[in-house]
Design a protein around this ligand. Sequence first.
Ligand code: HPA
Ligand code: ZN
Length: 319
Amino acid sequence: MTLPKAELHLHIEGTLEPELVFELAARNGIALPFADIEDLRSRYSFSDLQSFLDLYYAATIVLQTEADFRALAEAYLDRAAAQGLRHVELFFDPQAHTERGVPIEAVIDGLASALEDAEERLGITGGLILCFLRNLPVESAMATLDSLGDRTSRILGIGLDSTEVGYPPELFTAVYARARDLGLHVVAHAGEEGPPAFVTDTLDLLRAERIDHGIRSLEDPELVARLVAERIPLTVCPLSNVRLKVVDEIADHPLPAMIEAGILVTVNSDDPAYFGGYVGDNYVAIARAFGFDDPALAALARNSVIASFASDSRKAELA
Ligand code: HPA
Ligand code: ZN
């Protein structure tokens, strides 16, 4: 699956493979609550988003230094290149690290330097999208944004992730307004477990340029018509939706209906270390489940470039 494509919904902390968890734990002298790699992997069975997030945050404690964040991003970028990715926009969760005492500079500099080198090393362009944890107080999100200082220039945009139900988008209206004033792109998770009204409010109140997941949008025909008319991209993650039980099985995924409706859909991996595959594996899974042929898959790959925040000249190169 080496179609030239972009990945737009990828949590870099969700690429932390068990081997690297144990390697970094040893390097940093951290005692893990898992016996070994096999024990950790045996816990990759989730009942919903929260059950996944609990393990995802537990594993991130091994990430301590700038070099750790750089190693994490380099390992992902190597795999990305092998799967034909030419442009990647990486989500990261700074509050998951600053809350543990890791300086935000170490997080950003480690990730950004890996991305910068990837351009020369692997021919991959991209950027960082700083996600706020929606289950933390909005004051923490605002303080995180304010703490960026001149590192704002190393950030492509902001996003919103973590527990969705109970944390509606309107909580973050002022944070998003500030980020837009700083010239940052704005995206947000919505309609993964939350209702379609969260997608509508994310567009109206946060003025998101893309919606991450958004699969529950299909429950609201008016919203679907709007997504089509305004060409709002949805970054869909099929294997994630199966693993987090947003859908029962891949055959039940609404992706074909979304495409049929005319929505600008992209296919992404979300947290590939946890959900059974990287972006190419997601393409293979939907091709098998829905009988998508090569032109259909190529159209999805093209959508990913169109929906990206790459420059017009880079988009032309990847077309
Ligand atoms: N949804 C919400 N928050 C997340 C996810 C997700 O799929 N992955 C990492 N943080
Ligand atoms: Zn996500």
